[in-house]
Design a protein around this ligand. Structure first.
Ligand code: UT7
Length: 308
């Protein structure tokens, strides 16, 4: 893909928190099992707030000091949009006052790979001197069956957003898809609940993620030494750890922010990125981002950051 540079980031997590102990009261589970098997201690739940509300709150800090007239694309990665139509993106852009001539706003549905897919789409469309606002947002708890212990322990709500510009260097990305409707079924629009073949997706992830990392490094003639951070979709800490340990000295570049956020699907990568930003860990550098999940879909890319 044409190179991208993240120049701003923001995120938002709703106030209400569901702890593992809360879940113990709803299903046959326990805090110890959830922590050991997933690394999750708590997750956030949007009660009154919509996906659009969360995305707007995540985007406001992104626009601070940005010339909004340069934003040509607003891309919202989500599998839990508020409506069939209009898109979340069109309402979010309106609320943020992004109403430039020729601006293109749309939602993108690729489950947990959605944010990386969104960056790739932006990279293909952006011209010099143009900007894109790319958002990952999910209100997954509206689709969670709180009587199903195999899913309700994982998922949470939240939003992350970045403003991206073209960078001078080009980077090759790696995206893919394998048809498998049984692994992650999600149909929120008719009120159906999320079902997931957890073990299958786990096995798929620990196979596809290292392959994607190798393809990204090889395709860009890089080694892990060239990368400052690796942000995998925050699905399960055991997936992150199983991949990170393959990279010995670079283990600590693998970001884990799942403990108090849970699995937020399309929002998990920008949420993890913005957490680094809030911790003042980002000046300039390169981050590798890899999403995987429903579809089955996966996607990896290398993006520069130089935060304003
Ligand atoms: O983001 C979208 C993509 N999704 C993912 O990437 C999710 C990937 N998958 C996972 O994260 C894991 O597969 C889960 C966290 C969903 C499940 O963990 P697991 O280690 O694969 O557990 P399992 O399904 O193999 O179940 C192991 C045992 C079973 O008991 P037995 O048969 O060994 O006696 C389950 O019945 O744990 C039991 N179990 C639970 N026990 C307490 C399953 N869920 C729970 C639970 N609490 N919540």
């Amino acid at each position: 893909m044409a190179g991208l540079k993240i120049i701003k980031s923001g995120s938002y997590l709703p106030e209400n928190v569901i702890t593992n102990f809360d879940l113990e009261k709803m299903v046959d589970t326990n805090d110890e099992w959830i922590r050991q098997r997933t690394g999750i201690i708590s997750r956030h739940q949007a009660i009154e707030e919509t996906a659009i509300d969360m995305a707007v709150k995540a985007s406001i800090p992104c626009l601070d000091g940005i010339d909004k007239s340069k934003i040509k694309y607003v891309i919202v990665a989500t599998m839990t949009p508020d409506y069939f139509t209009p898109s979340c993106a069109s309402i979010i852009a309106g609320e943020l006052g992004i109403e430039n001539d020729g601006v293109m706003v749309f939602d993108l549905s690729a489950a947990c790979s959605g944010f990386v897919y969104g960056l790739n789409v932006a990279s293909k469309m952006l011209e010099d001197d143009e900007l894109a606002l790319v958002i990952g947002v999910e209100k997954l708890t509206k689709a969670v069956d709180f009587t199903d212990r195999s899913t309700c322990i994982l998922f949470g709500d939240g939003a992350g957003a970045v403003v991206v510009a073209r960078s001078e260097a080009n980077y090759q990305s790696h995206l893919g898809y394998k048809g498998n409707i049984d692994s992650l079924n999600l149909a929120t629009c008719d009120g159906a609940k999320l079902k997931m073949a957890g073990q299958d997706i786990f096995k798929f992830a620990v196979r596809i993620v290292p392959q994607t990392i190798e393809k990204l490094l090889e395709g860009n003639s890089m080694t892990m030494a060239d990368i400052d951070y690796v942000i995998l979709h925050q699905a399960n800490d055991r997936i992150i750890e199983s991949v990170a340990k393959k990279y010995g000295d670079h283990h600590d570049k693998f970001v884990s922010s799942i403990a108090h956020v849970g699995n937020t699907s399309g929002a998990s990568i920008p949420l993890a990125f913005d957490k680094l930003q809030r911790e003042n860990k980002l000046t300039t550098g390169k981050v590798m981002m890899i999403g995987f999940g429903g579809g089955l879909t996966w996607g990896g890319c290398i993006v520069e950051y130089a935060l304003r």
